[in-house]
Write a protein that binds this ligand. Sequence first.
Ligand SMILES: O=P(O)(O)OC[C@H]1O[C@H](O[C@H]2O[C@H](CO)[C@@H](O)[C@H](O)[C@H]2O)[C@H](O)[C@@H](O)[C@@H]1O
Length: 257
Amino acid sequence: MSEARAARRPGLPSPEAGWALFLDFDGTLVEIAEHPDAVTVPDALPALLRALVERLDGAVAIVSGRDLAGLDALLDGALPAMAGIHGLERRDGQGRLYRPVDHSERFTEVRAALHEFVETHPGTAMEDKGNALTLHYRGAPAVAEEAAAVMRNQCAALGEEFRLQPGKQVLEIRPSSHHKGTVVEAFMAEIPFRGRTPVFIGDDVTDEDAFQVVNTLGGHSIRVGTDRPTAAQYEIESVNEALQWLTSLARQLTPPS
Ligand SMILES: O=P(O)(O)OC[C@H]1O[C@H](O[C@H]2O[C@H](CO)[C@@H](O)[C@H](O)[C@H]2O)[C@H](O)[C@@H](O)[C@@H]1O
């Protein structure tokens, strides 16, 4: 999906008990760090997420590019509903796991090429998620164009079933079949999300697919960051602002009696 600019709305939407809340992870709930393993999860975050799950009758999901195992470890298993690798793995509100495709065997040559690239380009790193291969260059920003050329060539060799997903100093090759927009659609077709108003908060290019689906469904899309055009209807400045808003949301929604 392309990045369309949405009509910007002032402030943020007023909390409603009928919301279904979808949250990106890196750059939204935690600050970006030098390396994926170096993120600091705020001490209060797992408890905040559990409170939101309680207040919204379970209709809260993390929708991330990371894998589920990594997210569970970072968030102390706070949430039943989560999607990892941009929807290539998904756990529903009842804890059922979906892994709709398994293309990991298709990556043998790409894996080898990326191993060679990171060995010869200090500061770069490869993240192997099985169904997606990620090349990080935050530690070597000067190689951005070279990294992009390698990833473009490798992705093209795999064919149209695969797409190259850029992100914050990261490039990822993954199947085109699933993205954050299809994740939101899948959750919204199921209890406890069905019939609610979707609200998505994210920061990166990969979140644009979800913003567009949420806009189409009559929900609220919120981007963390103001540095580029976005399909999101609302913008906030920072992770800190996102966490403060979520904290006030949990306070304003009535706890079950
Ligand atoms: O969809 P998200 O939850 O935002 O995940 C997107 C990617 O996040 C991670 O990479 C990003 O965060 C790292 C830690 O702050 C940072 O070092 C890196 O430069 C960022 O691109 C994660 O490692 C990726 O697998 C996710 O796809």
